[in-house]
Ligand binder design. Structure first.
Ligand SMILES: [Fe+2]
Ligand SMILES: [Fe+2]
Length: 155
């Protein structure tokens, strides 16, 4: 349990570092999608299992990150310091399940749809997911900055 200001500050920085790490994983998956789309049909098929594995790994990382945010009490501490942030934090925590569902649907499609067109469709859907995830994480970073009077950009 975090109980000192220093611990909360350290945890806020840890969450921000996690956002940057997750961002790198997301970019790797975007590159993987782009590489697959450059391949001919038969060669794309050979990458299907690896692509599904990459999305599954990302799902696990996000699931763990979201649980850490919900259990870590860091966002709640930001709210206790700035109560005006409460509705925003509530809305963001509600987005965790939606983001995981969005990614899960992509994985399921790769499992169930054996057509060659699925790769372009999945790449589009992943791009939409990335836009949602970036908006979510950026809003969260802003809450941490406002709640703890930090500026991650200057750090
Ligand atoms: Fe989050
Ligand atoms: Fe986050």
């Amino acid at each position: 349990m975090l109980d000192s200001s220093e611990e909360f500050l350290a945890y806020a920085h840890h969450l921000e570092a996690e956002h940057q790490r997750l961002d790198r994983l997301v970019r790797q998956m975007q590159d993987t999608c782009a590489d697959i789309l450059k391949l001919a049909g038969g060669q794309r098929e050979a990458r299907r299992t690896a692509l599904m594995g990459g999305f599954s790994d990302l799902y696990d990382e996000l699931n763990r990150h979201f649980a850490e945010e919900e259990g870590g009490a860091c966002l709640e501490e930001a709210v206790s310091r700035r109560p005006a942030l409460a509705p925003l934090v509530k809305a963001l925590e509600g987005e965790h399940g939606q983001l995981l569902d969005q990614l899960q649907r992509i994985i399921l499609q790769l499992k169930q749809d054996v057509s060659g067109e699925i790769f372009a469709r999945v790449a589009d859907q992943f791009q939409q997911f990335v836009v949602s995830l970036h908006a979510h994480e950026a809003a969260e970073s802003e809450i941490l900055e406002r709640g703890f009077n930090l500026s991650f950009k200057e750090a």
